[in-house]
Design a protein around this ligand. Structure first.
Ligand code: ASP
Length: 307
């Protein structure tokens, strides 16, 4: 099969000025090109999704891994999940700190009988895997938090999207040459949230895949959970909806409920899709012929590529 790939780095209300768009575009396109080569070189969708999440987590302009936002108490707690469509298996780590790539925990948990670990358990796993201690804090995130502290945390969330150049949660969805699908999502959360708040990113609501479709979501986690968006789209496709019909129906419901969210997807036929109710979703895709992105798309749009 022709491999397919789509990645995102968040959704939200504004992209700021042109400089912000170009910064995000350059970063997403570079990562996309690297990852697409891996798919052409026969790597599995699951491995490429993990590698993609690592590269996006390592880019400090995105709110995952290095550059994650701070929570209300000034700490970074990150969450990540991975779903293998072939084996229909979800794994994830919730609210983990002092690790470079939270997606590595989700990967390690794919073969574990206990596949989603939070706080203390996730920290124990970091120790077991002997992953080095890592500080994900950037000056930009610290400054944002300090400013918010002065205003007594009046904002409901941090600048997690690309208001030049801050940016959001990341996600990767891939279809490999063998026709296998996988999805991965990683986040620092909304920013300024209560201690112990759990993001959609390490739940099937935010990241889900079967042999029929794979989806990664971004936006307000509570909205994504209320819609159960990733699982809903994937299950609709698995039950026989086309990816187009599944997106149209699921986003019509999300619009009706005034949700602020976005999703990227690929189905087993190789159709790539993204959709949003928010103003912007920062997504870029490679269909084997060309690279495209959603950075300047109008509010509330969808796109579906050909098979
Ligand atoms: N969904 C993430 C959360 O609510 C945030 C994001 O997608 O940017 O934790």
């Amino acid at each position: 099969m022709q491999p397919k790939l789509i990645i995102h780095s968040g959704a939200g209300s504004s992209l700021g000025e042109k400089g912000g768009v170009e910064l995000v575009r350059n970063s997403l396109h570079k990562i996309l090109e690297k990852l697409y080569k891996l798919l052409v070189d026969d790597q599995s969708a699951l491995d490429v999704v993990v590698r993609g999440c690592q590269l996006l987590e390592d880019d400090p302009i995105f709110n995952a891994g290095t550059g994650s936002v701070l929570q209300s108490d000034g700490q970074i707690r990150m969450s990540a999940s991975l779903m293998d469509g072939l084996n229909h298996r979800f794994s994830g780590a919730i609210n983990v700190s002092r690790i470079k790539n939270p997606i590595d925990l989700a990967k390690a948990l794919q073969s574990s009988p206990d596949r989603v670990l939070s706080d203390h358990g996730a920290a124990e796993l970091v120790r077991e895997l002997q992953l080095p201690v890592y500080n994900s804090l950037t000056d930009k995130r610290l400054n944002e938090w300090q400013q918010e502290r002065q205003q007594n945390f009046s904002k409901s969330m941090a600048n997690i999207i690309a208001e030049s150049p801050g940016s959001g949660t990341i996600g990767v969805v891939a279809l490999d040459k063998e026709g296998r699908l996988a999805a991965g999502t990683s986040t620092g959360g909304k920013g300024f949230e209560k201690i112990g708040r759990v993001s959609d990113s390490a739940m099937p609501a935010g990241n889900y895949a079967t042999g029929s479709a794979a989806v990664s979501c971004t936006g307000i986690g509570e909205d994504i959970i209320d819609e159960c968006l990733a699982a809903k789209i994937v299950i609709r496709v698995t039950d026989g909806f086309s990816i187009k019909a599944a997106f149209e129906r699921s986003f019509a419901e999300a619009h009706k409920h005034n949700r602020d969210l976005g999703a990227i997807a690929i189905d087993a036929n190789g159709i790539i899709a993204w959709g949003k109710t928010s103003d912007v979703i920062l997504a870029a895709f490679h269909d084997g012929k060309e690279i495209g992105d959603s950075l300047e798309a109008a509010k509330g749009t969808f796109i579906f590529t050909a098979e």
